[in-house]
Design a binder for this molecule. Structure first.
Ligand SMILES: [Zn+2]
Length: 627
């Protein structure tokens, strides 16, 4: 298995470090010795685990220990320190040193020269998510389920000392022998000779939290995709799903992603940690995923049927995997030097989340996983959804202030309007380059220029992109990304021979698919009435019926829920010429209507291809969608 790296040398080195505790230790300085962290998953008390953090010797009299307030990719303040209890700082003789809690996440320790280690108990987030309003998003959360599952998003367990985020960490985990770790953290999962200790290392604190670990009973599939080893590790509490159930879908999907990305330099190893939550007990409720450089944590309900689960995995994992382009490769200094306790936000969420979400849809049409119609449908849904947020809010201003009001409630628009911003930019680039260049080209250029270790200046990015592209891109940024002017999407659709149009689609007389046009008023003799505030079909429209009208008779039959059923049954054999008569009650008035039932159609918005556009326009559209 490839889900952990074998490095025998490392184990020996770690053993030496462990034995070096005590007297000799004061000779080491923090800069050149790792911060040795131990997590005990065997001795759980009250659903809590004990963590010990053993740094080298400090030379200052005071040192501050912190647990993150926020972590990259979540764009929310979660105060992981609130899950820490009984914090203690101990000197080399095992006596308590004085420590003062400064805020939810920080402890100031006096007499730091004498500090041997800090220790504390950690509570998990998953079983509290039902009760809290602003719960931690589960893919960034933590789980302690004794003997069956541990979701170690390590920012919930391991902290750092102020000024020492760049020092290496050695992480020792004592764990039940039958639970296996899945993680991209470097290290040795040490099943022999001692099956209860795993040992990992990280070059700096960022690496600790960028590599979550999931402990569960073996339920893993590993597969190769064009040079990447992908491991899917699945925890299904009631054994509903096996990793093998999802393997084929993941292979096809990630294969298509690799093809789409082409020569983008990416990771050699990628882990998908899928936690399925039980909706019948207090458990994780934030479904979705969080990106890391070489892995993602996905949380989905175990109650999903296989079809929905597969689709959710395709949409969620493809999004997370595309994050290897941005922000993981292309990002600003705010992200490179992320301040876990006083974060400065970048103004480029339109790219970090918007481009990522756009690519997660675009690759599906380009690689033939969905049809053109399905792609248009997805974009149209995003247009509709984006209107639920503030369409007059500058995207850069929102991004910079995303942890504050009134910006924070608009965050989810990065997946709607953020993706649409990228669609418009993609069309502008294609048009100006005769179909040659698009957003993927731009992101590849940017990732050549920058990369995992080279951030850009936040305020210089737009000018940089404009210098690489066209004046029209500048205008678009100024009006619709920096500026707050809502986008008229039809202007951009027109460039590729598309338009949003109202079209007629066939529907049923009484039902639109599974959805009835009627409802029952249980408060009022259970009368059946036409639903209000919905778009009615041509059948109701032609008979001049309205929302709220109560059915009294149909074809002289008095109507209640029982008697309506056979009429609905009959309606399946109606022809357009069939004549129907009804009495309806509207505002206490009885009204009789009669007429042919016609062929029922409904009005829907669609993105459609325009007739009679030039060959060049059609070629441009094909370059965009079928490149
Ligand atoms: Zn994302």
């Amino acid at each position: 298995m490839k889900f952990f790296m074998k490095k025998n040398v490392l184990v020996i080195a770690l053993a030496l470090i462990l034995n070096a505790c005590g007297a000799g230790k004061a000779l080491l300085s923090v800069e050149n010795s790792p911060i040795v962290t131990s997590i005990d998953l065997l001795n759980i008390i009250d659903d809590k685990v004990q963590v010990g953090i053993n740094p080298g010797a400090f030379t200052t009299s005071t040192v501050i220990f912190r647990i993150p307030k926020t972590v990259p990719g979540t764009y929310s303040s979660d105060n992981y320190g609130q899950y820490i209890e009984d914090f203690e700082a101990l000197d080399y003789k095992g006596n308590l040193l004085q420590s003062i809690k400064l805020d939810d996440n920080s402890w100031s320790i006096s007499g730091a020269v004498q500090l041997d280690k800090v220790q504390y108990w950690v509570n998990d987030t998953y079983d509290t998510e039902n009760d809290v309003e602003d719960a931690v998003f589960s893919p960034a959360g933590t789980n302690i389920a004794e003997g069956s599952n541990f979701m170690l998003n390590l920012h919930g367990f391991v902290g750092y000392f102020d000024g020492f985020k760049e020092v290496p960490y050695a992480i020792q985990i004592k764990k039940p022998a039958d639970l296996l770790a899945t993680t991209t953290l470097s290290g040795e999962v040490d099943r022999k000779p001692d099956p209860i200790w795993d040992a990992f290392t990280a070059k700096r604190y960022f690496e600790v939290i960028d590599n979550p670990i999931m402990y569960a009973k073996l339920n893993i599939e590993t597969f190769e995709i064009n040079g990447i080893t992908v491991t899917l590790s699945l925890y299904s509490p009631n054994n509903v799903y096996k990793a093998s159930d999802l393997k084929d879908k993941m292979v096809a999907m990630m294969g298509a992603q690799k093809k789409f990305l082409g020569d983008v330099d990416s990771t050699k190893e990628y882990n998908i940690l899928l936690y399925m939550s039980d909706i019948n007990i207090p458990d994780a409720r934030g479904f979705g995923a969080l990106e890391h450089h070489t892995s993602t944590v996905v949380v989905l309900p175990e109650a999903m049927d296989i079809g929905r689960l597969e689709q959710a995995m395709v949409d969620v994992v493809s999004h997370e995997f595309f994050h290897i382009v941005t922000p993981l490769s292309v990002h600003s200094k705010e992200i490179q030097y992320f301040d876990f306790n006083d974060p400065k936000m970048s103004e480029h969420l339109w790219m970090y989340e918007g481009t990522t979400e756009y690519f997660a849809n675009l690759f599906q049409i380009q690689q033939g996983l969905i049809s053109e119609e399905e792609f248009y449908e997805r974009m149209l849904t995003k247009i509709v959804n984006s209107k639920f947020y503030d369409d007059n809010m500058s995207f850069t201003e929102m991004s910079k202030n995303i942890l504050e009001q009134p910006y924070e409630p608009n965050y989810a628009n990065v997946y709607e309007k953020g993706a649409l911003i990228n669609m418009c930019l993609d069309i502008i680039l294609r048009k100006n380059s005769n179909g040659e260049k698009g957003m993927l080209w731009l992101m590849k250029e940017l990732s050549k220029k920058y990369g995992t270790d080279i951030p850009f200046e936040d305020e210089a990015l737009f000018a940089e992109i404009v210098s690489m592209t066209y004046p029209e891109v500048d205008v678009f940024f100024k009006e619709h990304v920096i500026g707050a002017t809502p986008i008229d999407y039809d202007v951009f659709f027109a460039k590729v021979g598309l338009a949003t149009k109202d079209v007629q689609e066939p529907t049923g007389y009484f039902f639109d698919g599974q959805v009835p046009y009627m409802d029952v008023d249980v408060q009022n003799d259970s009368v059946v009435f036409i639903r209000e505030n919905i778009e009615l079909n041509s059948f109701f429209d032609n008979l001049k019926l309205k929302g709220g009208d109560i059915f009294r008779t149909i074809n002289k039959q008095e109507i209640n829920l029982e008697t309506l059923r056979p009429i609905i049954g009959e309606s399946f054999s109606w022809t357009p010429e069939t004549v129907v008569s009804m009495t309806i009650e509207r505002a206490s008035e009885m009204i009789s209507v009669e007429g042919p039932v016609g062929q029922p159609v409904k009005k829907v918005k669609k993105i459609v291809a325009l007739e009679g556009v030039s060959e060049k326009t059609v070629q441009l559209r094909n370059a965009w969608l079928k490149n």
